[in-house]
Write a protein that binds this ligand. Structure first.
Ligand code: PA5
Length: 423
């Protein structure tokens, strides 16, 4: 289960202020829950069963089995929405299937050479994920890694080790037909950053050994509950209302903080979702990820004592899983930490979390999203929660959550400099 605790923000803003904001968002909630007014080619993710239903799960599991029979390593070639969700789950849950290596998210030669070194000696399958297949990073990386793979195992075997996740009837699908590469359909009605619960990410996650059925089930339960809940009971609307109120009251930044380093990649997924969906027309909150307690020793100073331009959302895993306990043994060395004797590091970390929340709440609005467990089901719930709340939040802000016109500006200049149109 997920819970949103807004008590500290309510105390900061004053009695009833957030409730007024939530009530004012009731119409937007109703429209978003129905997908009303959004382009039909953007909201396929609202119905979790459409892209993570029985048929899709069987399809990705079958493809994943084929990947695992052939390889110990899957290279996920993709950037932005074609990369982040898989990485958020696989890096946190550390599943026992195929190792996943990430590429196609940089133009650094040193990084690509490092990836090729890392792949050497392994049985490798490439998954090129590209909705448009025009993005430079995955495009050039796919070519280079394909050539590398062919040099290792020959063209015929390489063809059996390539999967492309692309839009049906795209150039990438044509290439798959021509070269005998497997094809995994990228939903035409879902934009990159909203694809967490579609075959785009279900395939690499299934290959990695994540329980994709639990992921889909958690998402389905959360999305249905959020679409059905009234304004006063709706955590997604409440979170969107917190963001909107903070923005209206002069905040420029939302800090997304967690005391669990394994959640860093979830933070980066969240950052991309909100930055590309909301940062437009001169509006929006800058989403910034904070990894505590390490960054209490850097950002922490600014948050407590610098200019108060932000509000803070904490993500807290409330129940320990296997590996989340580590008892601090007594020591005969007088090291000054005797007050920790016999305590568990899980509890120490949570004491630091609670202290930070209280300290920061004195100077800025603080909310906490509680996630009961760090498992596939809860990742599904988180993806559904943030995607739906992002849709509401951007609608409250008055921007289109589903386009990203700002990223075109650098692309035009880069493609011109590289002579793309001359070819
Ligand atoms: O959310 C988005 O739409 C973007 O972040 C895309 O996912 C990203 O630009 C990659 O696009 P593509 O899959 O077409 O290469």
């Amino acid at each position: 289960m997920l819970t949103l605790d807004t008590e500290l923000a309510r105390a900061f803003w004053g009695e009833g202020v957030l409730d007024v904001e939530v009530a004012a968002g009731a119409d937007v909630l109703a429209r978003c829950a129905a997908g009303a007014g959004a382009p039909k080619d953007a909201i396929g993710w609202l119905d979790v069963d459409k892209w993570a239903g029985k048929k899709e799960l069987e399809h990705v599991e079958e493809l994943a089995t084929r990947v695992r029979e052939r390889a110990d390593t899957l290279v996920l070639i993709g950037v932005g929405g074609s990369n982040n969700a898989s990485r958020a789950v696989a890096e946190a849950l550390r599943p026992a299937g195929c190792r996943v290596v990430y590429a196609g998210n940089t133009l650094s030669a040193a990084e690509l050479n490092r990836v090729m070194d890392e792949l050497s000696g392994h049985d490798v399958v490439l998954d090129c994920v590209a909705k448009n297949f025009e993005t430079l990073e995955p495009g050039v990386t796919f070519r280079l890694l394909r050539q590398w793979l062919e040099s290792q195992v020959g063209t015929a075997e390489a063809a059996r080790r390539i999967v492309c996740t692309g839009t049906p009837e795209s150039h990438l699908e044509t290439l798959c037909r021509e070269h005998g590469w497997a094809f995994n359909p990228f939903p035409a009605d879902v934009g990159g950053r909203f694809t967490a619960l579609t075959p785009v990410h279900l395939l690499p996650l299934a290959a990695a050994g994540v329980d994709v059925r639990a992921l889909a089930e958690g998402a389905r339960a959360e999305m249905s509950a959020l679409r059905a809940a009234s304004a006063g009971e709706n955590c997604a609307l409440c979170y969107a209302a917190v963001r909107h109120l903070a923005y209206e009251r002069g905040c420029a930044v939302e800090l997304f903080a967690s005391f669990e380093p394994r959640l860093r990649w979830l933070g980066l997924w969240w950052q991309q979702l909100f930055a590309e969906s909301e940062g437009k027309e001169g509006r929006g909150l800058l989403p910034v990820v904070a990894s505590y307690s390490e960054e209490l020793h850097s950002l922490g100073q600014f948050v407590q004592d610098g200019s108060h331009v932000m509000f803070e959302t904490f993500l807290d895993v409330t129940t320990p899983c296997d590996g989340d306990s580590c008892s601090v043994g007594d020591s005969s060395v007088e090291d000054g930490f005797g007050y920790l004797d016999g305590r568990d590091l899980w509890d120490v970390n949570h004491a630091a979390l609670a202290a930070t929340q209280r300290a920061h709440a004195e100077v800025l609005p603080v909310v906490t999203l509680g996630m009961e467990r760090l498992d596939a089901e809860h990742y599904g719930r988180l993806f559904a929660f943030f995607e739906f709340s992002c849709y509401i939040s951007a609608t409250l802000l008055g921007v289109n959550p589903f386009d990203q016109p700002g990223v075109e500006a650098y692309k035009h200049r880069m493609f011109a400099a590289l002579g793309k149109d001359a070819c």
